[in-house]
Design a protein around this ligand. Sequence first.
Ligand code: NAD
Length: 463
Amino acid sequence: MTIAGEGIVGSEQFGVINPATGEVFDYAPECSSEHLDAAMAAAKGAFESWRLDESARRTALLSCSTVIKNAVDQLAPILTREQGKPLSRAVVELKGAAKWFDYTARLEIPREVALDNDHVHVEVRRRPYGVVAAITPWNYPVSLAVWKIAPALLAGNTVVLKPSPFTPLTTLKVGELLQEVLPSGVLNIVSGGDDLGSWMTKHPSVRKISFTGSVATGKRVAAAAAPDLKRVTLELGGNDPAIVLPDVDPAAVAKHVFWGALENCGQVCSAIKRVYVPMEKYEAFLEAVGDVAANARIGDGFDDATQIGPVNNAPQFQRIIDLVDDARHHGARIVVGGSRVGNRGYFYQPTVVGDISDGTRLVDEEQFGPVIPIVPYDSVENALERANATHFGLSGSVWSSDVKRATKVAEQLECGTAWVNQHLNILPHAPFGGAKWSGIGVENGPWGLLGFTEIQTVNVAKG
Ligand code: NAD
């Protein structure tokens, strides 16, 4: 771990499993409550000077970008080994993290004049909170950490971050490498289980919590923040619909819809989780997506040919098995896939499920794995209604050769990001966050940065 600029091993450790083998390949430190106190104290101490010099912070963030860029070859194999994703995708994630640091370093912290007249000059300023507790999940450990670290630090906060116990190693290494360019105590990385997350959210030194993970945990985080009125940003799960409009050529969009669902083995908060297809195109669409699925190459992330790695962990793997079994039991048609691959690790076939509808777990819940349910509809209005009939509201997409019409439909999706003729094009410039149970607040762009600040009105009387 990194606490106050020092590498800390801790007295206890836990095993980290390679999902391609199902076996422990390395160990991470288990952070004790004393070490967490030390990390919080370091962050609190470092805040006093870190908050003072905005231009030094910008320079430091640009250096963070360079450090990560230079370490891609060192970090990518660790990421693939603990997360499972293909090595080429691990490289993309790490390069993205460097890009995010670089982009964020150039954002403005606004100072606005609310009123200036003969009597008063009123300015709206943005102050940092102080210590930010950041907690991340296991699907994109590095990018999601950097989405928090970069804006939190630019705004003048200091950070204590905890990665998921399933994927702690790359984040721990990133924390270690960044000490080269950050003052000690500004960024502390601790590792441990869910209890550590809970201690962080209750810790009296924390002023803001930035959490990415499941809806269930997000609600616990919100409850833990309440007694202290800690500020929260919650980036939670999704059950994102794709609506295919009747004018679509199934063969033309199948590949895009498939990869919008199966990127990172389907373990993306905003991946397509259910597809609504007009009845008249239903069979052709199932066949087209089925073809893409049947040809997708699943395997160990270190094999160059691999496009889809294993599911990250045993509970998630079991969940996928259960959801497909449940769909089968309710009469769904398994068009392609539907079973595990081999008996080592957590490999599951890319799976396309038809003859399924709302009311089935696979459609109603967030599967977070390599399985796409495809649901027939008879009118676009009805598809929209069903797409919106959920507590989730992270993202959604509409597919059509008529961009204007598709945009009109997309605007009616009750979600944080509505895509047209694409899915998963997440950019540092655009705010990303969820409606309804998918979250509170946003990350990325100037909007994400402001989430790490609180407003101060400075109202000065004249003469
Ligand atoms: P999770 O909620 O189980 O865990 C996320 C993190 O919270 C982990 O670090 C975990 O140790 C920690 N944690 C667990 N219990 C805690 C508690 N009581 N208090 C504080 N921290 C606690 O989620 P996961 O299984 O790691 O990740 C998958 C989920 O994350 C999916 O639902 C996915 O959609 C969501 N996700 C959302 C986004 C987004 O930006 N909206 C991005 C990626 C993943």
